[in-house]
Design a protein around this ligand. Sequence first.
Ligand SMILES: [Zn+2]
Length: 384
Amino acid sequence: MKKVKIIVAILCICILVLPTTTHAVTLKEYENMVEKYTKELEEKEAKMAKNDKEVAEIKAKIADIEEQITEAEEEIENLKTEIDKSNKKIKKKERESKDLVQYFQVISNENTYLEYIFEADSITDMIYRVSVVEQLTDYNEEVMDDLEKLIEENKQKTKDLDEKNDELADLQVELNSEKERIETENREIEGTIPSTKGQIEYYKKQVSYYKSRGCRSNDVIGVTCDKPPVSSGGGNSNVGTGAVVGENGFRRPINGGYISWYYGGGHKGVDYAAGCGTAIYPVAAGRVYYVGNTLDAWGAKMILIVHNVNGRLVFSQYAHLQGYNVSVGQDVNIGDVIGYVGSTGNSTGCHLHLEMSRDYGWVYNGTYGQYRSNIIDPFMYVPN
Ligand SMILES: [Zn+2]
């Protein structure tokens, strides 16, 4: 029981004491991202090629079915013609038989047929006469029977072909919908390709940029290579009249003015009210990380600086500036004027908005959103 308590206590202490680990990125991670997205692009392209091939096969099948249907339709037409012909022949034979009987009726009034037979001169003649009439009518009956049979056969063939055509038409519908499904899938894949290509381009740019800064695969960017200048200690002696510099090497970003808004309650930084044009200094030695007005409309003209605090990356942001005095990649010290107080963006008067963040810089690792979610109170480093 005691042992369990000790373990729990140790666990609690560890959880409390363990520092939040800096999420630093190695160049390898960027290289892996290039590889990952390149592979993704290849897979997408392969899938599209496979789909195109399948679509081509389906189209061939559909064309084949169309041909079969056309052939069957022609065959059905032929059969119908055959049936018509057979019917006509039957009619003809019927007429012939009728004519034959009529003929006998005409030449000797009624019952000519029988008279023809009974008027025979002799038995032989009579047998002959009977056989002639019987043969003729029998023959016609036989022909008609055959024709009837043929009609039945042709009708059956027509029915079979109709059924087969229905099946083919169903298959055609199925193939068409499968074709559409694949085509839709390809369009969807195609739609994601520009973003994949964008990712590849972005990470390739990162890799080549940090390689140009001397980073190798296993280097941790900003920590074991391309290190921003150390921010704590040392510093520039020419910090301006009235400068406030702390023991940790951090300083107040302007000389004079006053704090008009503290950090907290939805305000993510510290506001220093001062006249427009007042010089702004970096809160510590560091490297310029961003200069411009494209990040967000609220801050308008902004400068971002990355600081190296015992290997941990800390960022400082200066917003609503009137103008800049530095460019990206430049190393600055606490005596350097980086820009001037202004009132650009969402601001009602001349002031400097100082904001600070830790660990997640989007150039180092991902997104501006992550950067903003790691905002800290500037007074953690900057003297009040
Ligand atoms: Zn502010």
